[in-house]
Design a protein around this ligand. Structure first.
Ligand SMILES: [Ca+2]
Ligand SMILES: [Ca+2]
Ligand SMILES: [Ca+2]
Length: 466
């Protein structure tokens, strides 16, 4: 009896007078990726007279059966039977045993751990509308590969979230990019509650958290992080910033631990603080986390964090939100037009997550005229949230303060919208400007129709009209 040397990997129990049973594998060393397969073949000796062989494995599963099938009987045809063994998603050594009524044999298959050398994590939007008590979802994507370009099984990739949850979808692999699709579910919990985003203190001009808001009546002219106090709470943009994190076992390019343990930097200061969720020695906790040692380490946990804004309904209760004019009292005449400024921000001074379908701002006046003559201004959705301009063009938020979250701040004015006097009159004219906002809390929330603070512009009486 002869076999190809590489194929015959083990031949164990053939006891007494039972005919021999030879067991071989097409490969005995493969990646624990949940996808790779090896074919196990059991060949009976000439004297065998049996109808089926039962296979059992201690790791992996038999295909095409259900993923949990670890025992399978196959009919014997031409003196042999074979099964396809599918790799598990974690490192293991599988002992596969084939048995029949005359004896048994076993073979060991090695499933190698996959260590990621790359990890990429992204979401569809940086700003999502979240209303208290309403669930909002968006898609995110994660890709992790080893040095050979093999995708790491989804089961090996983990997530930490400051608020909300991340979960793989059933059809989560893109064959081309290797990205796996996730759904992020923002649970609508309130900022500052245990399952909501962390309520953080505003950063002062020294870049350190301040326990009081030092901004004056207009938070957007403040040299520190914009903030205002209402209802005993300091509202600042980072209150709505949620950190999401993906991690996977892997190795770094230089073989050193340059990453430290994964942690959710809920307060955005770049370091782990007590109370921030950490994956410490493979377990989630909030009271210990090891920073990068930069020492050689065969395995580390690769991780990547994202920040997402939970934005809410437009703020209308504060004087700095809504419409404002460069002056409220002026004279008749073209040169005396007033420049209008509109701020649409949520309670934390973040831009709204605009829904491109029908979100709009309309401005009207009971006298006078606008230039350009626009009554309705569409929202424009961008990666950094809602920005808008008088002519509907996309504008990007300008450079912000120096604490690294520039892109989350709203555009402070819309273009050069001007408001001009009505026809000249020898008595004062008073024009009231009203602003209305139509906004859908995306992607599936309710439509909000909201009036904003009206403003009144008074044109003083002219002594003479031409
Ligand atoms: Ca705060
Ligand atoms: Ca921190
Ligand atoms: Ca946060």
């Amino acid at each position: 009896m002869t076999f190809r040397a590489a194929a015959l990997l083990a031949l164990t129990a053939c006891s007494g007078s039972a005919p021999p049973l030879a067991l071989s594998a097409s490969t005995a060393d493969l990646a624990a990726d949940g996808v790779s397969t090896t074919t196990i073949t059991a060949k009976l000796g000439d004297a065998a007279a049996t109808t089926s062989i039962a296979f059992h494995t201690t790791a992996g599963s038999f295909d095409p059966q259900d993923a949990n099938v670890t025992s399978l009987a196959q009919d014997v045809g031409g003196g042999e039977a074979s099964v396809t063994l599918v790799a598990p998603t974690a490192r293991a050594d599988a002992t596969v045993t084939a048995s029949f009524d005359g004896g048994s044999a076993s073979i060991v298959i090695h499933f190698r751990a996959l260590l990621a050398t790359s990890l990429a994590f992204r979401c569809d939007a940086q700003n999502i509308g979240v209303t208290a008590g309403v669930t909002t979802t968006m898609n995110c994507y994660v890709s992790a590969k080893d040095a050979a370009g093999t995708s790491i099984p989804a089961a090996r990739i983990g997530f930490l979230t400051e608020a909300g949850t991340l979960a793989f979808t059933a059809d989560s692999t893109d064959a081309v990019s290797g990205e796996r699709k996730l759904v992020y579910t923002a649970n609508g919990n309130v900022i500052g509650t245990p399952d909501g985003p962390l309520d953080v203190d505003p950063l002062g001009t020294d870049g350190k958290p301040a326990t009081k808001c030092a901004c004056g009546s207009d938070p957007f002219t403040c040299s520190s992080e914009p903030c205002y106090t209402a209802g005993g709470k300091i509202h600042n943009p980072r209150d709505g910033v949620v950190t999401l994190l993906a991690y996977v076992p892997g190795t770094t390019a230089d073989g050193n631990d340059t990453l430290g343990e994964p942690f959710l930097d809920a307060n955005d200061n770049g370091m782990w603080d007590p109370g921030e969720l950490c994956l410490h020695e493979g377990k989630r906790n909030t009271n210990g986390c090891v920073a990068a040692t930069n020492a050689p380490s065969k395995t580390v946990v690769l991780w990547q964090a994202l920040r997402v804004i939970w934005s809410g309904d437009p703020l209308t209760s504060q004087t700095f939100a809504g419409l404002s004019a460069s002056k409220l009292t002026t004279t008749f005449g073209v040169a005396s037009g007033v420049t209008l400024k509109l701020r649409v921000v949520d309670a934390n001074l973040n831009p709204l997550a605009a829904d491109a379908n029908g979100d709009a701002i309309s401005i009207s006046a009971d006298c006078g005229s606008f230039s350009p003559d626009v009554a309705s201004i569409p929202f424009v959705k961008s990666a950094t949230g809602m920005t808008f301009a008088a002519d509907g063009a996309i504008t990007k938020p300008g450079a912000g303060a120096s604490y690294g979250l520039d892109t989350v701040y709203p555009t402070k004015a819309f273009g050069t919208l001007k408001f001009y006097a009505p026809d000249c009159a020898t008595e004062a004219r008073v024009c009231t400007l009203a602003t209305s906002l139509s906004h859908t809390v995306s992607p599936a929330g309710e439509q909000v129709q909201q009036g904003m603070n009206p403003i009144v512009v008074t044109f003083s009486a002219a002594t003479k009209c031409n």
